[in-house]
Design a protein around this ligand. Sequence first.
Ligand code: PSV
Ligand code: MN
Length: 400
Amino acid sequence: MTDRAYAWFEQKQRERGINLDEVKAALKALAIETPSWGYADQGTRFKTFHYRGAARTPFEKIDDAAVVHACTGACPAVAIHIPWDRTDNYAELRAYAESKGLRIGAVNPNLFQEPEYMHGSVTNGNAAVRRKATDHLLECVDIAKTVGSGALSLWFADGTNYPGQAPIRQRVIWMRECLQEVYAKLDPGMRMLIEYKFYEPAFYHTDLADWGMAYNMAGKLGPQAEVLVDTGHHAQGANIEHIVAYLLGEKKLGGFHFNSRKYGDDDLIVGSMNPYELFLIFYQIVDALRDRDAGVRKQAADIAYMIDQSHNIEEKVPAMIRSVLNVQTQFAKALLVNPEEVRLAQERQDVLGAEHAVRSAFEQDVGPLLAAFREANGLPADPMQAFYDSGYLDKLRARG
Ligand code: PSV
Ligand code: MN
């Protein structure tokens, strides 16, 4: 049945003018980092429900991430958050990850939990607090070097709740001064990813509220600083794929935090609310992978894909697997857009033809392709079923 379904799919794509070897090569290159915090108990401001089996230590988080990688073959790295993953021996953490076939991915400093940060971290009016925040960022650069990570991923909760609360232009300068000091400590190959978010926890103004502010900051710092797009960090109706295309054109798109949202920064399973949006994001990326400009192609090929979800009521490991599969599905569909069909329609200024060329790829069933691709790469055709069959859930529940 699977063979027949794939044979039918193959024939259909041939008729649509798609080269499936290219599609499979691109799928093979897709690596999605999972976040250590997605395996632990997480909650809302109302309640953190304990989930039986949630990871309690950085080592258990790595165990869970390794299972996600074993089932999907697509998640070779796990991001860490400091101090949530603080340990007194980061070399040991790295060795443990490597022993499980993983590497440590982006290091995420945490500048929002200490009492001193009530009025901001790197933008705080108090120089001693800015110093403390800067020192934490520098500590994270050192941790990144020890664990062999190539990325320092920054998100600032800094902002204000009321007009007049703090000097907005001055805070930009304070942040830049701090980040310049941190940037200077990066190794040559390291990236500094700068994430933006328009509100929460601050409700009046946030110091890095949108992609333009992050882009401007990254540009002032230098080529190793790039923008990170968290899909949950935009106002309702924002055209995220436009932002993605723009940043790719500027060679400043460094990475993604994938998650899904209905209202605010909901951190729901990727692709669960608006899969077409995720597809359109990937359409822009695939388009950039075929750009005439080698710099744009390289930028698109080097995007750091990460999941950033906190699972409040979901079973953590299968929720992560579901997210990874949803990302792969929309990426695979985007690879089925026929660029020549789009180009010709654009040339004719054929609005409906161009829209059809894009949407018809979204409407393809990539199930047979992904199953065949996984089997050809020694992976389970159905990673979710493989997870449930593996008995790992019982092991998790034994954690209590
Ligand atoms: C902030 O909402 C954020 O997206 C940042 O990436 C943080 O590091 C992460 O969530 C923490 O869950
Ligand atoms: Mn994020």
